[in-house]
Design a protein. Structure first.
Length: 444
């Protein structure tokens, strides 16, 4: 843990851009809200967010006030945002919203005199943050999005999946020609990257200093609750995946791996919790593989139901092809479940050889075979499941705890405020979620 020396002055005034920011939510809204809560424990913070977040924020503040946090709600007039429909419309609106936030922040800055500016959400690196032009230290992130599904995996995707991957790759490449994006990178005092892939892209854009900082974590209450979920004993050995049934989640690979594993271990089942555009394709694949009687598509369900299902499962199979974070894997780790994932993106930062199996993305056939091998190892060795489950719980408590992130962020703020950027590499040498990046290949 990074220790903040008591004689140091914590910045008193911080302006934060948080497009997504809502309590009791996962994904981007949860990231924005939890980072704001941690900043508010240590600084006086003005949070610029969308007006659509106001109701849930004010309801939360009525129950748990945060006296150091001031919310400023900004949106364009309805007549100027009528076109914001669909994913493309949201992305265009978000770009313009970031520009509008600059003028809101500049007006506030003239009155309040902020010490530091911080962009929190969206967690994506290829859209600029105009807060960098406030002429105060600017912290960018955590940001992600540098992850990609390996091209050699594209042929295994649906036509829709391939189109999405190609479109995403083109959009990111074009974004690098945006002069405002490059200025954001070059003017940032520090950028926080959620994954190794994004770290490389940020440096390529011109960021002088980059730290690898996963954006996901859990509160102490959540960790305590999840730790109380009992382990699953007996048969069938049950595998679970949690998430939207989209191409990028890699569930088509998981089904093929489960089919191979099931051949050797018939007393097994595979549960998929979630829904999405790939469901029918996955159901057809299960029938083609002859495992439809052993695969259950539960559909979308509330979080409480997901956690109840988790009590009946032994391991989380999370073969996402690109993901900046990974709430499902962190929650499963906190519940003492080993993780099987690809050595890609945010999950690769979370999982170690002490908590699960990371599969090198060598080829489709090798990934499928190694996932099946990992399942077989866990099914045939209950003591390994227990050991990895305990290791997973310890890792979450030590490194993916919101209070820990808040303490580290306070130290980063101090370094930026006092221009101790030269000392930042020392922070990366402390025990961190990056320790032990070895995949399943090391077990052979």
């Amino acid at each position: 843990m990074i220790v903040v020396e008591s004689h140091r002055r914590v910045p008193r005034r911080v302006v934060v851009s948080a497009y997504a920011c809502e309590p009791e939510k996962g994904s981007e809204p949860g990231v924005g809200w939890n980072w704001v809560c941690q900043i508010g424990k240590r600084c006086e913070v003005w949070v610029i967010t969308r007006n659509s977040n106001r109701a849930t924020i004010e309801a939360a503040l009525a129950n748990t006030p945060m006296p150091n946090v001031h919310f400023v709600y900004f949106d364009f007039p309805r007549w100027a945002s009528f076109w914001k429909r669909g994913r493309r419309g949201v992305q265009s609106y978000y770009y313009l919203w970031q520009l509008g936030v600059f003028f809101v922040a500049r007006k506030l800055h003239r009155k309040i005199h902020f010490d530091l500016a911080h962009h929190v959400t969206f967690v994506k690196y290829w859209v600029p943050s105009f807060l960098t032009f406030l002429r105060i230290p600017f912290l960018w992130g955590p940001v992600g999005g540098g992850e990609s599904a390996p091209v050699r995996f594209w042929f295994s995707l649906s036509v829709r999946g391939r189109i999405c991957e190609i479109s995403r790759a083109i959009a990111r490449e074009l974004a690098q020609f945006d002069p405002f994006l490059r200025l954001t990178a070059r003017r940032a005092a520090l950028a926080l990257a959620t994954t190794r892939e994004t770290e490389a892209r940020l440096r390529g854009l011109g960021c002088r200093e980059v730290l690898l900082v996963p954006q996901v974590a859990l509160s102490q209450d959540e960790i305590t609750f999840l730790k109380g979920i009992p382990p699953h004993h007996g048969l069938p050995f049950r595998v679970v995946s949690v998430g939207n049934l989209f191409h990028l989640k890699g569930y088509h690979l998981a089904l093929r791996a489960f089919a191979q594993f099931h051949h050797y271990f018939p007393e097994s089942e595979y549960w998929l919790l979630g829904d999405g555009s790939e469901r029918k394709r996955l159901e057809r694949l299960a029938r083609k593989l002859g495992i439809q009687q052993k695969v259950v598509f539960w559909g979308a369900m509330p979080r409480a139901s997901v956690l109840e299902k988790l009590t009946h499962c032994d391991v989380l199979l999370h073969p996402t092809l690109h993901d900046s974070g990974g709430w499902a894997s962190i929650e499963a780790m906190a519940a003492g479940r080993p993780i099987i994932c690809l050595d890609l993106g945010g999950t690769a930062v979370q999982v170690t050889v002490a908590t699960g199996f990371k599969i090198p993305p060598a080829s489709v056939s090798k990934v499928i075979a190694k996932m099946a091998q990992a399942l077989r190892s866990l099914a045939e060795d209950p003591s390994l499941r227990v050991t990895m489950g305990k290791g997973a719980q310890e890792r979450v408590s030590n490194y993916f705890h919101w209070d820990r992130k808040g303490e580290d962020l306070a130290e980063i703020y101090e370094r930026l405020l006092h221009k101790d950027i030269s000392l930042l590499p020392k922070l990366q040498q402390t025990p961190s979620p990056l320790t032990d990046q070895v995949g399943i290949g090391a077990r052979e």
